[in-house]
Write a protein that binds this ligand. Structure first.
Ligand SMILES: NC(=O)C1=CN([C@@H]2O[C@H](COP(=O)(O)OP(=O)(O)OC[C@H]3O[C@@H](n4cnc5c(N)ncnc54)[C@H](OP(=O)(O)O)[C@@H]3O)[C@@H](O)[C@H]2O)C=CC1
Ligand SMILES: Cc1cn([C@H]2C[C@H](O)[C@@H](COP(=O)(O)OP(=O)(O)O[C@H]3O[C@@H](C)C(=O)[C@@H](O)[C@H]3O)O2)c(=O)[nH]c1=O
Length: 290
């Protein structure tokens, strides 16, 4: 049996891993969220794992409110960076492989082609800055790690753009949505499946050496405006979507204009097949309706 600790498991990604866990007979999961295990508490982390022989730690815990992070950078930094250092030390001292999730918002958005793992980072806001610090602390603390940067995550759980759009679309006749931010939506279910496949791959390969940073999203490219339109269509809402520019939408945090991720590395190393974002979006809405 391989023991896995999942932190932040009441969030979008954690809930999807929970739902898939019964399909993995050889994995034993310890699902935790802040009430059971606060990742900012170093002592609690060490005592939680005592006697559990944890082999992998999937960190789904994060401070994910992008706008609020502008006003609460200290809290965002504590959860997205300082606590990641705690997890990295825990992993390093206990022979645990950490699988940590990061974001497309570590990039400036000035690229004109999909970002690779080696492209320079330059976050535009507090959330991206603290997530980048977390990546750096993990890298310098434990070499045997996997960092997966993903983008525009949604699921039937928690708070996300897809659920916001379905809700607003039911009650409004028109919505204005930004068309000059380009990226790729990621269905948390597809990411969760891939994470579990990556762990299975590492377990099978006695000589696994490909630790490091990877990019994952669904296939395809769109703007928030395109995504919103497809969501309304698939959800059967009649709401009209109008395209606006970022400068005309009031919010606290600056977001990248372009944050498409190049997924060649993760697909090649772990032999992953990734669905197109439209296919996955329909799967998610279907699940929500049933
Ligand atoms: N959401 C997105 O669009 C994207 C997310 N990501 C990254 O993917 C990962 C998963 O995101 P997602 O599932 O959306 O996140 P969510 O915000 O849905 O879930 C995060 C979970 O972590 C919990 N948490 C917060 N602080 C702590 C703590 N100190 N100790 C333990 N748990 C804590 C939260 O609890 P509570 O709700 O009580 O705060 C919540 O249950 C994160 O690393 C995120 O940065 C990357 C790209 C896009
Ligand atoms: C609700 C709404 C949002 N928008 C815009 C604002 C923003 O630029 C974009 C997305 O808004 P949201 O606030 O839902 O998403 P945001 O918080 O920017 O989502 C980000 O979350 C973090 C955690 C990540 O890591 C990123 O990958 C990304 O998914 O849509 C509109 O244009 N019209 C609207 O009615």
């Amino acid at each position: 049996m391989i023991n896995l600790l999942v932190t932040g498991s009441n969030g979008q990604l954690g809930r999807e891993i929970r739902d898939l866990s019964s399909e993995y007979d050889s994995f034993h999961f310890f699902f935790t969220d802040i009430e059971e295990l606060d990742i900012t508490n170093k002592t609690a982390l060490q005592s939680y794992i005592e006697g559990k022989d944890i082999r992998y730690l999937i960190n789904c815990a994060a401070y994910t409110n992008v706008d609020q992070a502008e006003e609460n950078e200290d809290t965002a930094q504590l959860i997205n960076a300082v606590a990641v250092k705690n997890l990295a030390e825990l992993a390093s001292n206990n022979n645990i492989i950490p699988i940590h999730i990061s974001t497309d918002y570590v990039f400036s958005g000035e690229n004109f082609k999909p970002y690779t793992e080696t492209d320079s980072t330059n976050p535009q806001g507090s959330y991206g800055r603290t997530k980048l610090q977390g990546e750096e602390l993990l890298k310098e603390t434990t070499p045997n790690h996997i960092i997966i940067r993903t983008s525009w995550l949604y699921s039937p759980f928690g708070k996300n753009f897809l659920k916001t759009m379905i809700q607003l679309g039911k009650n409004k006749t028109e919505l204005e949505v930004i068309a000059d931010q380009i990226g790729t939506p990621t269905y948390a279910y597809d990411l969760a499946k891939s994470i579990l496949k990556i762990i299975s791959h590492i377990e099978k390969d006695n000589n696994f050496k490909d630790y490091g940073t990877y990019h994952f999203s669904n296939e395809g490219v769109c703007s928030w405006y395109d995504f919103a339109q497809e969501i309304q269509l698939s959800a059967g809402n009649k709401c009209k979507i109008s395209a606006i520019e970022s400068k005309d939408f009031h919010c606290l945090a600056k977001r990248p204009h372009y944050s498409v991720l190049n997924k060649s590395k993760i697909k090649h190393i772990f032999d992953l097949e990734i669905p197109h974002w439209r296919t996955s979006m329909k799967h998610c809405i279907h699940r929500m309706n049933n």
